[in-house]
Write a protein that binds this ligand. Structure first.
Ligand SMILES: NC(=O)c1ccc[n+]([C@@H]2O[C@H](COP(=O)([O-])OP(=O)(O)OC[C@H]3O[C@@H](n4cnc5c(N)ncnc54)[C@H](O)[C@@H]3O)[C@@H](O)[C@H]2O)c1
Length: 339
């Protein structure tokens, strides 16, 4: 399979290298608005580069991977759909609901595959937790605690483009909660804080956030995120039921120090970031894309899944700004002809 690869930035360089080593991939042709960056990454990983995005689409590729900056996703998804090409796209489709719905309609009309990049669906811990829930090993769930804590803030220039902490960061937790439980979020109540650098507030964002979600089976979920977790990169989900509880992301590298005199030692090498923590999951999701594009497996993470995760994020953003509980469904009904 010949892959047209768009976006040679932070995650793009990683994904392109992973794809290059994926069974069934014969060629990776990299394009970026910064053609020098595309050429540099291609040279480093032994792939080919194109001078422009147009050249990638004109090259007769079999599928497209989109790892460009968020603002370009909807347009590139649309372009791939109109060209009849299966596409994998990093989250999100767009930072707003109307833009997301427009792109999804294009995909629906074209009847093409769109797989979205929620890599936690391919992480061993999240998968084991999903199996445990599905098999009833935890009993009736009552509480889920989801955590995404970055060790340090991103560059200030990234924030206005990111969509904010709920849409950029916690959206992963929202997708994981829906996927893992098979339940929908019926109400959110969210807040945020700005104790750190002024550029968060200036971008209309928060550096720390918390949300309380109610699922349609009455499970309660707390989801928190911060850009200031000096101890390390902490992505965790605690899933508690009547019978047992499981923790995703609790291992020898979890960035904790026990306050107990006889507690475990702190990790020698705490997780530092997403590329390290989720490397196997990113590889697995791209391998799944190649299989899905060939029609060998069903789409493991659809555009509609991304829409529903974004709806929860959007509801949290409204809740934070308006200081009120918000039902994601009320935002969906505001959209004309939602997909
Ligand atoms: N799933 C995850 O865990 C995860 C982690 C990080 C980033 N992401 C997502 O990946 C995307 C990229 O993030 P990043 O951190 O690699 O950003 P980045 O800024 O490092 O790289 C983005 C690249 O896209 C290129 N680009 C921008 N617009 C383009 C266009 N129209 N056509 C072609 N190239 C274009 C830029 O020149 C740049 O090389 C974002 O949407 C982000 O949300 C996902």
């Amino acid at each position: 399979m010949r892959i047209g690869f768009l976006g040679a930035g932070r995650i793009g360089a990683f994904h392109a290298e992973a794809l290059k080593a994926t069974t069934g991939v014969d060629d990776v042709l990299i394009g970026d608005v910064d053609s020098a960056r595309a050429a540099e990454v291609a040279h480093r990983i032994g792939a080919r580069s194109a001078d422009s995005v147009d050249d990638v689409f004109a090259a007769g590729v079999d599928a497209v991977v989109i790892a460009t900056a968020t603002a370009s996703h909807a347009e590139l998804i649309t372009r791939a759909a109109r060209a009849g090409l299966p596409a994998y796209c990093e989250k999100p489709i767009a930072v707003d609901l109307p833009g997301t719905v427009r792109a999804l309609r294009e995909v629906e009309t074209a009847g093409t595959l769109l797989q979205m990049g929620f890599q936690r669906r391919f992480d061993a811990g999240y998968r084991a937790a999903k199996d445990a829930v599905a098999e009833g090993r935890l009993g009736r769930l009552h509480t889920i605690r989801a955590v995404t804590s970055d060790p340090a803030p991103p560059p200030a220039a990234f924030l206005p483009l990111s969509g904010g902490l709920f849409r950029d960061c916690l959206v992963h937790d929202f997708d994981a909660v829906r996927w893992l439980t098979g339940r929908e979020v019926i109400e959110v109540f969210a807040t945020g804080a700005n104790g750190g650098a002024a550029f968060f507030r200036e971008a209309g964002d928060v550096d720390t956030a918390a949300a309380l979600l109610t699922l349609d089976d009455d499970t309660l979920v707390t989801a928190t995120a911060t850009r200031y977790n000096g101890a390390g990169y902490d992505v965790r989900m605690e899933i508690a039921g009547e019978r047992d509880q499981l923790v995703v992301g609790l291992d020898a590298r979890s960035p904790f120090t026990s306050a107990e005199p006889d507690g475990p030692e702190p990790p020698a090498r705490p997780w530092t970031g997403f590329l390290e923590r989720f490397a196997p999951a990113y590889r697995a999701e791209l391998a799944a894309f190649v299989q899905a594009a060939r029609g060998e497996i069903p789409n493991p993470c659809s555009g509609k899944d991304a829409l529903h995760a974004l709806l929860v994020a959007e509801a949290c953003e409204v809740s934070r700004r308006e200081h009120r509980p918000v039902r994601p469904a009320e935002l969906l009904t505001e959209l004309a002809d939602p997909v």
